[in-house]
Each structure stands twice: as C-alpha cells, then as structure tokens.
Design a protein around this ligand. Structure first.
Ligand code: CO
Length: 134
C-alpha cells in the first residue's frame, strides 16, 4: 500500500540554525521558509536525492509541535511521511485493520497542497506517520 518515503519531518527550536546546518554544514539544497498558518508551523524543505527533510518550526500559540519541542529541547524527528496512490482507499484499509487516524479521519490538504492523513503513533511503533496522496 505505501510507496516512497516522501519526507522525514524534524521539529526544531532554532530554524536559522537548522537551515544553516543542512545548507552550510551538510551542503544540501534548502528552500525558503514558508508560513503554514493552517498547520501552525513554518516549513523549510531540504531536498535530497529521492526524498526530502521537512524542518518544522512552531507558528502561533497553538502550534501542534509546541508540546513536542517542550519535551524535546534539542528538537527531534516528529513524523515520517509515506506516499500512497489513493488516500481514501488507504484510510479504509487501515480503519478495517483497527488502526487509528488522528483528527476527523477525513484527509486534509497538507503543506504540499496534497491530501494527507496522520496515523496514531501508538499503532505504528511509536512513530507519527503521515500519508500523502501523490
Ligand atoms: Co509532513
């Protein structure tokens, strides 16, 4: 069902330092920072051959990554994102298997303009999993 690893998202407490680390120290191609008010984050994409790293920085008081960063002062891996061909088919299969979908269970439009869902970390080896329809 799942396809390519689309991205690994890393929540950071210092976006400029994170950008510098990936761009200057690791020599990667790094996008501009983009505010994502619908998601309560600022995103920067690090382009790697075949996949991406998504740097996440909190935006606004109710950012969904605020609690994560309070617990993880140095930042940390927040979620991984797998591609799926059809997000509704994927969701129905997961629900039939007893997996939990976060939120309403309806796909919403993610940071790349494509439909996404998040799966409960307790059902996926302690890892927050995002599915994105490609
Ligand atoms: Co993501």
């Amino acid at each position: 069902m799942i396809g390519k690893l689309n991205h690994v998202a890393i929540a950071v407490n210092d976006l400029d330092a994170a950008v510098s680390l990936y761009r200057d120290t690791l020599g990667a191609k790094v996008s501009e920072a983009v505010d994502q008010p619908d998601h309560g984050v600022v995103t920067v994409f690090v382009e790697l051959p075949g996949t991406k790293i998504e740097l996440l920085y909190p935006l606004g008081d109710n950012s969904p990554i605020k609690g994560f960063l309070e617990k993880n002062k140095s930042g940390g891996i927040h979620h991984i994102c797998y591609e799926v061909d059809n997000i509704h088919v994927a969701r129905d299969k997961l629900l039939a298997d007893g997996m939990r979908i976060l939120g309403s269970g309806e796909p919403r439009i993610g940071a790349h303009g494509k439909p996404i869902l998040f799966l409960h970390p307790k059902d996926f080896l302690g890892t927050l999993v995002e599915l994105e329809e490609i």
